[in-house]
Design a protein around this ligand. Structure first.
Ligand SMILES: Nc1ncnc2c1ncn2[C@@H]1O[C@H](COP(=O)(O)OP(=O)(O)OP(=O)(O)O)[C@@H](O)[C@H]1O
Ligand SMILES: O=P(O)(O)OC[C@H]1O[C@H](OP(=O)(O)OP(=O)(O)O)[C@H](O)[C@@H]1O
Length: 229
């Protein structure tokens, strides 16, 4: 049996994850054709590479199907209730930094804080007969954050991509999404609420608390940990 290391198979986290391990003397590589999700690990014995979507890595860690995995804090916190019981944070990796935020149309001059949003959402419901809609793919984190902040009259609508476009398309009045440079928000005439940062995320190496660690997996894990020093 080998220690299974889950790494994003494409997208912004893949290359940086490979480079992060390379710096520590561990070479990850994709094998086979461009489209084949097979990989190889050199520089440490007993480790196999599992290439997966960043969004699926939390579930695979929690199920114990991989021992280690790289994905963003946002995805672990969103997808795993009581994540601390299922995974352990091994190391923040210093890339993939992004903030999960709440944003409203820049032209809403009276709405700059969560309190303002609460007032606006009550007024919105009274006026339109339905709740103010917030588009997001982070349902759990957003609901928890708004409920704790005392914002009540909202409805979450699902958006799995191009979330900032939902306001212009009139399928939502506000959004909760990841931002890094802020360019997408600006381009879509949205502003972040001053107290609207839900979570600061970055790519992180996680260890599964539920996976089985036999002698060979323990040995491989120790060898990796030594490299991380
Ligand atoms: N603009 C950004 N800058 C930096 N990191 C980002 C940015 N947008 C998203 N991320 C982070 O990248 C990680 C993966 O998100 P991303 O959207 O790249 O996955 P994905 O490619 O959609 O995954 P999947 O393969 O599941 O579709 C998340 O943890 C997220 O916080
Ligand atoms: O603040 P910025 O630097 O502009 O980055 C933010 C954008 O990056 C991500 O989108 P992604 O590129 O993953 O596309 P998506 O719409 O498919 O999620 C995120 O969902 C934002 O839309």
């Amino acid at each position: 049996m080998s220690l299974k290391l889950g790494v994003p198979s494409k997208g912004r986290l893949m290359e940086k994850s490979f480079a992060w391990f390379e710096k520590r003397g561990i070479t990850l590589s994709r094998t086979g054709s461009d489209r084949e999700y097979a990989g190889h690990v050199d520089g440490v014995d007993g480790v196999s590479l599992v290439l997966l979507s960043a969004g699926e890595i939390p579930r695979e860690l929690a199920a114990g199907r991989i021992h280690l995995g790289i994905t963003g804090t946002d995805l672990v916190h969103e997808k795993l209730p009581r994540w601390e019981q299922q995974v352990q944070e091994v190391a923040p990796l210093g890339f993939g930094q992004a903030d999960l935020i709440i944003a409203v149309p820049a032209c809403w001059v009276d709405v700059d804080t969560l309190d303002d949003l609460d007032a606006a959402s009550s007024a919105f419901r009274a006026r339109h007969g339905h709740r103010l809609r917030i588009a997001t793919k982070y349902h759990r984190l957003v609901r928890e954050f708004l409920t704790d902040a005392g914002v009540a009259d909202f409805a979450l609508v699902d958006s799995q991509g191009a979330t900032e476009g939902t306001v212009k398309n009139e399928t939502a009045e506000a959004i909760a999404d990841i931002t890094s440079t802020g360019e997408t928000l600006r381009a879509n005439h949205l502003k972040i609420l001053s107290d609207g940062v839900i979570l600061k995320s970055q790519a992180t190496l996680w260890r599964s608390r539920t996976a089985a660690y036999g002698p060979s997996e323990k040995k491989a894990l120790d060898a990796i940990m030594e490299r991380l020093g």
